[in-house]
Ligand binder design. Structure first.
Ligand code: GRF
Length: 191
């Protein structure tokens, strides 16, 4: 059992989760010990299983104080929670149990284009509608409100007038894969 054990929470495709898991596959002190999803059909579950990572699918009733999610995290000695496309608000009891040890990535330059309902292509559509000349990612500590925790890193990409939602999503996703694993490592074990 390594010193730092990560649990990844993902609701959908899981490409960031997979990228993070691969990054830490042979790390000296950090391992991805568990992937959890609120969506039993999430591709993230299959991706984690293919990498030999234990997975848990859960529902609303499990995601409360003393519920099976909290028990699973404690039993496995989880030290940090990584949100990677997780669409539910993290309950206060988890934020208290993992103070400054829950991190999220948002596919825009917060505080713009954040908050409830701003996820996936909704974000890129809003950026496009606003006529922004740049977008990017924000990696931040998670608190009780969507996308409002202390920022740890922002990275930007230039947008061209002809860029549609797909092009914006692709440019942002490139930044996610490039920066998230290393940002997690710096946040956990320092620079
Ligand atoms: C990413 O755009 C991430 O920034 C956001 O949710 C999306 C997850 O994509 N939080 P994937 O499931 O990792 O492919």
């Amino acid at each position: 059992m390594k010193k730092y054990r990560l649990a990844i929470f993902a609701s959908g495709n899981g490409s960031n989760a997979e990228n993070i898991a691969r990054h830490f596959s042979n790390h000296h002190s950090i391992e991805v010990a568990l992937l959890l999803s609120n969506n039993s059909a999430a591709q993230a579950l299959a991706k984690a299983n293919a990498l030999g990572i234990e997975t848990i699918a859960f529902g609303k009733a499990d995601f409360k104080e003393g519920g099976s999610v909290e028990q699973a995290l404690v039993e496995r000695g989880i030290t940090h929670l990584i949100l990677a496309g997780f669409l539910w608000l993290v309950p206060v009891f988890l934020i208290k149990r993992f103070p400054k040890r829950i991190i999220n990535i948002h596919p825009a330059l917060l505080p713009k284009f954040g908050g409830k309902g701003m996820y996936g292509r909704h974000v890129h559509e809003a950026v496009k509608m606003a006529g922004e000349q740049e977008s990017g990612i924000t990696i931040h500590i998670v608190n009780e409100r969507f996308d409002e925790g202390q920022p740890l890193l922002q990275a930007k990409c230039e947008l061209l007038p002809g860029d549609g939602v797909e092009e914006i999503a692709s440019k942002v996703q490139e930044l996610e894969y490039k920066h998230y694993p290393a940002a997690i490592e710096r946040w956990i074990v320092g620079a």
